[in-house]
Design a binder for this molecule. Structure first.
Ligand code: NOJ
Length: 760
């Protein structure tokens, strides 16, 4: 009782003392993290069943500083629920004033004054945006990625947010799936490293600081394997793929102490993830001992009725709680059904206690009990939002994310003077699309457009012709986006302007909202009339630099065959135009490498570098038919995983492989900059386990190093492979390192340059 009183006083005091330089108020033991468990237990012992279930309930933002939203069914009860302590978290409430308003109700008006945890999709920045995550992943620069997450946390936390629903660590091999833009691509090794870098960036080394936020590994699990790339679709994958491809980035996230997980919309092998005990209890909380909490995805509990897994909302709540979903995002299932389920003996109160403890623990770790308003400092919000520091960081990240796909005859870098450059494409003059998908905190029109970026180089003549709109109508409302498939009325102007140019830069690709959630595509070419535009311009001027803006791999075989230079510039965020211009002019030498294979045709999808060999991998005689291939397209990709050029060239030589004791293998090789300018190269190390109790892929990335070299400079690179890299999960889920023969491959892409063998 005494402790409760102290606690209530602390909360009250904290509630009254907002603003900068306020004294941080601590309860009697708050700085001692080992005490968190006992504080959680003590608080839990004072909670009613309804209050406990309240902690497991998350509502979408409804608070307007002028008052609550009008009553409107279930949703209309949110305000009343918040007052009663039946809400543990809110999402999509942003800005210091708004967050403070809801937090004030939680801490001042509820019986126990438990603060809310405030979640938001800070996917690649909050207001000032970094490149989309797939683009950032193309940097293979873990320090830069960590830094990007750090500045995203800085800006978001200054706006009251203390929990991001990121990183998405879903591996995907299917570019039709629009959410590939949100992940790290197709590879579990690279995906794990990038996921960890993001978690470290978001959470920092001290979660209780006001500039760090709790991270969330999502979507657990298998979401990236939606059949036919159609979002939310069925997922049916075998044990080996689950254990070796889908699970590793999630396991790495747990090891990096990610504080929350989000489950996924999909069913996995017949069981929706939200009601899946195997995923949430056996693997995540059992085998991996995860001590944070799991939030459902938006409405994913109630969607189990549509899946045909739960009879109704009540059973959906029951199945979710039993399966280990700790918090309900917007299904209203826990808040309305869980108490009855406990009273009827269908859900044990122990399960509720476990979920609530997990949630409270994270709130304590965030320091919300010490100071529920620690993210509510108006002055800090003003100072931090859009600061120079954040703009510098997102520009740096944007440059590092660009991939030079092709550069024939050194058409790039562009000369800085005396050139007549014609820029074509609606995306070149767009200040919204470069922001990318998943950027709900940012305002439309806040990106530096490509044309604006080019203006920093005033000694060339730049003319612009739109050529064609990518979409029709207004894209500011992302739910209505139509592709322009008919309007070619501005082609002729673009073509005639292009005729006189020394170089034509065509900025083509996808509008931001053509990738992202629910933006699956069945064709992966340039949408609408853009391919025709490209060909029409090419007919009059072949000196074209094609700059791609897109959120996923595209099929561009015609462009690859005809256009001399192709630059993959994704959706690069707020500083997009500046980053692209600096790369085109050679003020930044590109070093990005594809984190995802580019197919030749959509029929090759899923296509990925770490495929299995099959029993018939090659034609054993000319014109043989009966081998694993297509009759109308080669098996090879257009651009392989790991591909990316530089304005300089690199040479790999002298591969040496030494097996050390204790299953350690030292791989060393020489990397030389053979060109005339300084450049960075991502040196990649792959292995193949030639024979195993479960077949292994033809290549698996197991190490990489980002190396910067002066012209002519050479460096000896050594990558040590340990048991962590040499083994795999067998079909019982056990990690094994099997003795036998291996091949090591080294090079600047998954089409490697050197190889050697070793035996374990
Ligand atoms: C649905 C998405 O699948 C998830 O990733 C996101 O975090 C939530 N909505 C909340 O916006």
């Amino acid at each position: 009782m005494k402790q409760l009183k102290i606690y209530a006083l602390v909360v009250l005091f904290a509630a009254l003392s907002c603003g900068k330089n306020k004294e941080v108020i601590k309860d009697e033991n708050s700085s001692v993290s080992s005490n968190i468990d006992s504080k959680v237990d003590s608080l839990l012992s004072k909670m009613t069943l309804e209050e406990k279930i309240g902690q497991m309930n998350q509502y979408n933002g409804f608070w307007d500083v002028t008052g609550p939203t009008p009553d409107n069914g279930d949703a209309g009860k949110k305000y009343e629920h918040l007052r009663k302590g039946y809400v543990g978290s809110m999402l999509n409430v942003t800005g210091v004033e708004n967050v403070r308003a809801v937090q004030k109700i939680a801490v001042e008006e509820t019986r126990l004054g438990i603060p809310l945890i405030i979640g938001f999709d800070v996917i690649h920045g909050f207001k000032t945006l970094s490149p989309i995550p797939l683009a950032e992943s193309a940097s293979w620069d873990l320090e830069a990625i960590k830094k990007s997450a750090e500045v995203a946390a800085l800006e978001a936390s200054a706006a009251g947010i203390n929990w991001t629903f990121a990183p998405m660590v879903d591996i995907s091999r299917d570019a039709r799936w629009g959410r590939v833009m949100e992940g790290a691509g197709e590879d579990p090794f690279l995906g794990s490293k990038i996921g960890v870098a993001r978690i470290e960036g978001f959470q920092g080394s001290d979660l209780s600081k006001n500039n760090t936020v709790a991270a969330c590994a999502k979507h657990w699990a298998g979401y990236g394997f939606a059949e036919a790339g159609r979002d939310y679709n069925t997922v049916d994958v075998g044990t080996s793929t689950l254990n070796n491809i889908i699970f590793p980035p999630f396991e790495a996230a747990v090891n990096a102490n990610v504080r929350t997980f989000m489950n996924s919309f999909n069913e996995l092998n017949g069981i929706p993830a939200t009601g899946n005990s195997y995923l949430q209890r056996d693997i995540l909380k059992g085998k991996w001992n995860f001590d944070g909490f799991v939030i459902s995805d938006w409405g994913s509990m109630i969607e189990m009725v549509n899946h045909g897994f739960a009879k109704d909302k009540k059973q959906a709540a029951e199945l979710s709680a039993i399966a280990g979903s700790d918090m309900d995002m917007e299904s209203y299932a826990y808040v309305s059904e869980l108490a009855n389920l406990v009273n009827e003996g269908k859900v044990s109160e122990d399960l509720i206690n476990d979920a609530v403890k997990r949630i409270l623990r994270v709130k304590f770790e965030l320091g919300l009990f010490d100071d529920p308003y620690k993210y509510c400092d108006l002055e800090r919000e003003k100072e931090v939002t859009g600061s120079q520091q954040i703009h510098d960081a997102v520009l740096d990240m944007a440059k590092k994310s660009i991939v030079l796909l092709k550069n024939e005859n050194n058409i790039l870098p562009l000369k800085k003077e005396g050139q007549n450059i014609v820029v074509i494409g609606a995306l070149a003059n767009d200040k919204t699309s470069p922001l990318g998908s998943w950027r709900i905190g940012a305002e439309d029109g806040t990106a530096v457009s490509f044309l604006e970026g080019m203006q920093h180089y005033p000694n060339n003549k730049i003319s612009y012709a739109k050529g064609a709109n990518v979409i029709t109508g207004d894209a500011s409302f992302p739910f209505e986006l139509n592709i322009n498939t008919t309007d070619k009325s501005e082609f002729s102007k673009a073509v005639s302007t292009a005729k006189k140019a020394d170089v034509v830069v065509m900025v083509l690709g996808e509008h931001a909202f053509q990738s992202g959630e629910a933006r699956s595509r069945s064709e992966l070419g340039l949408p609408g009339v853009q391919q025709e535009l490209l060909e029409a311009v090419y007919a009059v001027n072949k000196n074209i630099v094609l700059v791609l803006n897109n959120g996923r791999p595209l099929t561009i075989p015609w462009a690859d065959a005809h256009i001399p230079a192709i630059v993959e510039a994704w959706h690069l965020g707020t500083q997009s135009g500046n980053a692209i211009a600096q790369v085109l002019y050679g003020d930044y030498n590109p070093s990005g490498k594809l984190p995802m294979t580019f197919p030749r045709s959509v029929g090759q999808v899923p296509i990925y570098y770490n495929y299995k060999n099959t029993g018939r991998p090659t034609a054993n005689e000319p014109n043989s038919v009966f081998w694993s291939h297509y009759t109308d397209v080669s098996n090879t990709p257009l651009y392989p995983f790991g591909h990316g050029l530089s304005y300089t060239t690199f040479q790999y030589a002298n591969l040496n492989v030494t097996v050390k004791s204790g299953n350690e293998v030292e791989v060393s090789f020489n990397l030389k900059n053979t060109g005339s300018i300084k450049g960075k190269e991502v040196a990649q190390v792959y292995i193949r386990d030639l024979f195993a109790s479960v077949t292994r892929p033809v290549k698996e990335l197991k190490g990489f190093e980002l190396v910067e070299l002066e012209p002519g400079e050479a460096k000896q690179i050594t990558v040590t492979l340990t048991e962590k890299e040499l083994g795999f999960y067998n079909n019982s889920g056990d990690y094994v390192v099997e003795p036998g023969d291996f091949t090591v491959f080294v090079g600047g892409s998954s089409n490697t340059a050197l190889e050697s063998n070793f035996t374990l």
